[in-house]
Design a protein around this ligand. Sequence first.
Ligand code: BG6
Length: 369
Amino acid sequence: EKGGYDYFMLKEIAEQPKAVADTLLGRIDGSGSLSLDEVRIPVSVLREVDKVVIVACGTAYHAGMIAKLAIEHWTRIPCETELASEFRYRDPILDQRTLVVAISQSGETMDTLMALRHAREQGAKVLAICNTNGSTIPRESDAVLYTHAGPEVAVASTKAFLTQLVACYLVALYLGQVRGTKWGDEIEAVIRELSDIAAAVDTVLETMEPVRELARSLADKDTVLFLGRHVGYPVALEGALKLKELAYMHAEGFAAGELKHGPIALIEKDLPVVVVVPSPRGRSVLHDKIVSNIQEIRARGARTIVIAEEGDEAVVPYADHLIRIPATPTLLQPLVATVPLQVFACELATARGNEVDQPRNLAKSVTVE
Ligand code: BG6
């Protein structure tokens, strides 16, 4: 069943290019626009949406954080992403013009289910992004966009996450398309880029041996920090979550701009710090700021592990370890930047003798609140 791999997680990491391609399949038509008829919320309703709220837990929440940036950029509709377990307890403001997007691999997570029930009671429309056909969350939603990752067995989510991202981009682009936003040209370009993204994920997978080596060399460390900005911030959080789940290590993700407001006090000699660097071609100001962050932490003795786009030479002098990823549009970068972090966590877990597919204390789907 593991297809020759030692763990389901390794198999599922390797399946990501196909999972991403399958999730796009049939959803982009020949003319390069999106056909998402399966989203059974009338276009007239989608045109009136004045707020999007995303609810999810764990890894799916990180996908939601990235979705917020994509939705706001491509549609100019205000969007917030919230932990499903916090959502209904703060009396959120919801009405008929609110679109709630519930993201869940299993479709059975009780926190997410309770959040969407609350949203529907308030009159909001709910769109589920889910990987499990016929599960409870899609059944209780107004519409569903299924991710086509195939069954995910390992408790720590990998291919489901990448397909959640793809589904989120599709929803964002679709909202932009039906509402005819001023980013029309950019939307078309991004749709083209999305079609090539499976190949980019494949390229990353082919270059992971140095990442595995690096992970093994860090097996006796206690702490790893992760830094990112913009879409790189949720990627940093996801990298840290993977390491907690699998390696049982203390791992924290920070928004790199916050470094100076506290976390920099943690930096000491030989502390591994993973930095997700934004594309220098996209938001170049952010890129330059993060390069300064890498310099600062390295000057304080940190061991810098830098994930940067192919061709980004500015990071080279400050990277103790450099992990290259293919160039992508800024908003799509998480699809390639997350993969090395999955491999890193999986290899560290193995090196530490942990059970990769069934980490202690965790369950694949948590059906209690
Ligand atoms: C957790 C799982 O408890 O639930 C995580 O261990 C997962 O891996 C989270 O991300 C949310 O699950 P789901 O099925 O709602 O995406």
